[in-house]
Design a protein around this ligand. Structure first.
Ligand code: GDP
Length: 137
């Protein structure tokens, strides 16, 4: 069994796509191990995306991520990291395959509806950024 951090980003929450995205997550066989609706401050978003600090879109990305509430979750399944990234689709919705969440719900390469950890080490760090051990059920 593996866990990954997933976020329904502010664009998708504002457009009231939360329920439809959760339905896809559960239909795909993930178990929710933690879930919280929260508003990130710009500083929270900068901490979360610290690896992207030197990228030209860092300011815009962190402003977007702190622009409204998001849903932060821990998903559990066999091969959860790879499986959740496959369900999300490519970062750029123009390149995402049909049937993926980003193809269906993303507005742009930045406002792309969801986040998913990309490796076991980042999943552990990202889960720990948002959730205390006692909050994982
Ligand atoms: P992910 O793992 O698919 O989320 O992609 P990355 O780790 O490469 O990028 C993190 C996030 O930064 C993405 O999900 C997008 O929200 C944003 N992003 C990535 N590439 C670009 C870009 O070229 N321009 C802008 N404005 N945002 C980007």
């Amino acid at each position: 069994m593996e866990r990954t951090l997933a976020i329904i980003k502010p664009d998708a929450v504002a457009k009231r796509h939360t329920g439809k995205i959760l339905e896809k997550i559960e239909a795909a066989g993930f178990r929710l191990a933690a879930m919280r609706l929260m508003s990130l401050s710009q500083r929270d978003a900068e901490g979360f995306y610290a690896v992207h600090r030197e990228r030209p879109f860092f300011g815009s990305l962190t402003a977007f991520m702190s622009s409204g509430p998001c849903v932060v979750m821990v998903l559990e399944a066999p091969d959860a990291i790879r499986k959740w990234r496959a369900l999300m689709g490519a970062t750029d919705p123009a390149k995402a395959e049909a049937g993926t969440i980003r193809k269906e719900f993303a507005e742009s390469i930045e406002r792309n509806a969801t986040h998913g950890s990309d490796a076991p080490e980042t999943a552990a760090a990202e889960i720990g950024y948002f959730f205390a051990g006692m909050e994982l059920v």
